[in-house]
Design a protein. Structure first.
Ligand code: UT7
Length: 362
């Protein structure tokens, strides 16, 4: 029997309404920075910031719902997920995981649901797991979501090293069984980690290593810290190497890549990886300028944006790379999906007894 392929068949997004420009962020957080520096050194002009009522789970549920609507439109019939994987570094609670509540909100009670924690590499990790579950014949329709609210949970708004970089949002893909040559088909994957550099990106306190409230915990140690320069160098090297690995196992050369979608952390990093691989600028896609770094959400948001703007033909040879704290990284090759992305604001999904959507996923 032929091994089933995993096929991306629905794309959904959810973004907070509030867009904040560099100059507004600098003014409201009293940052010693300037608009030009941020734009030139990172490629970021603005980011969406969640309000205090919007959780990661709210964004994840709305993006998940949008992905199911997108999949139903393409298939001409509702497709019900049989497992939910939520990639996030900013769950609603430290316990329990956020994915079961997201599944419940989508009318998927009884379906297994778990969080995947791999920081900004979370989406490539979760997608790799979903692909493995399909090819092993264990599940047929994983819903993979990347969702984050860094600005309200991890970021010290007065720390210019990190506050300028991150934005909030969620992106989701529904994956189904299919064949390897159809649009949306995932082909090969490459994953890696190096915990020897765990300290380069870290929230020092609040875990079991240094619980909150212990006497030696400083006031900002529950916030995200990053050694930007060292992370930058790792990001370029690890994503380039991972991309070369996955291209090799796919049997493609960098010249074959028609669309390149990288984790949206810094335009200089994306361009450095693209240059090292030999993928020309016109084939590099993303929305870093408008959304900043949305961590585990950045790749599905960039994928959906590229599809919405119809910049890439369905079926085109596509390369995805991710990188983040851990350190953790990964890459996928795939055929660009055919699904038309749908988007939902985070609160439009409340209350969860929205009958239209519940009908759509049964
Ligand atoms: O998503 C997870 C993975 N994360 C990443 O991949 C992020 C990787 N790192 C980066 O994107 C970059 O390292 C940053 C954007 C964080 C920093 O850019 P950089 O070009 O590496 O800056 P730098 O740290 O080397 O600093 C260069 C200069 C310094 O001034 P001097 O020493 O040259 O006078 C900094 O003090 O820029 C200064 N600087 C700033 N100036 C204005 C650093 N941050 C800022 C700022 N505004 N926000």
């Amino acid at each position: 029997m032929r091994t089933p392929a995993a096929v991306l068949c629905g794309l959904g997004t959810s973004l907070p309404e509030h867009s904040v420009s560099n100059s507004r962020l600098i003014a409201q957080n009293h940052l010693d920075s300037d608009d030009r520096w941020i734009l030139e050194r990172t490629g970021i002009a603005a980011r969406r910031l969640a309000d205090s009522r919007t959780s990661t789970g709210d964004l994840a549920r709305a993006a998940g719902r949008a992905a199911l609507e997108s999949a139903a439109e393409l298939a001409g019939a509702p497709l019900r997920p049989d497992i939910v994987l939520l990639a996030t570094t900013t769950p609603d609670h430290r316990c329990p995981a956020t994915a079961p509540e997201v599944a419940h909100g989508l009318g998927l009670d009884g379906v297994p649901a778990l969080d995947v924690s791999a920081a900004c590499a979370g989406f490539v990790y979760a997608t790799a797991c979903a692909q493995a579950l399909i090819t092993a014949g264990l599940y047929e329709r994983p819903l993979v979501i990347g969702a984050e609210t860094y600005s309200t949970t991890l970021i010290d708004p007065h720390d210019r090293d990190t506050a300028i970089l991150f934005g909030d949002g969620a992106g989701a893909v529904l994956i189904r069984t299919g064949t390897p040559d159809e649009p949306g088909a995932l082909i090969a994957q490459d994953l890696g980690s190096d915990g020897g550099h765990a300290g380069l990106i870290q929230v020092p306190a609040g875990g079991s290593r240094r619980p909150l409230g212990t006497p030696d915990t400083g006031p900002h140690e529950h916030c995200f810290r990053m050694n930007g320069r060292a992370v930058y160098a790792h990001a370029v090297r690890r994503m380039t190497d991972s991309a070369l690995n996955v291209l090799k196992s796919t049997g493609w050369s960098p010249d074959d890549v028609e669309a390149f979608i990288s984790h949206q952390a810094n335009q200089r990093i994306i361009d450095a990886v693209g240059e090292r691989l030999g993928v020309p600028p016109a084939r590099r896609h993303g929305n870093l300028r408008e959304l900043g770094n949305t961590a585990a959400a950045s790749i599905p948001l960039a994928l959906a944006d590229t599809a919405t703007r119809q910049l890439v033909e369905p079926g085109a040879r596509t390369l995805i790379t991710g990188f983040g704290g851990g350190l953790a990284w990964g890459a996928h090759t795939l055929r660009f999906p055919e699904a038309r992305p749908r988007s939902r604001p985070p609160h439009a999904s409340l209350p969860h007894t929205d009958t239209d959507t519940e009908k759509a996923i049964r």
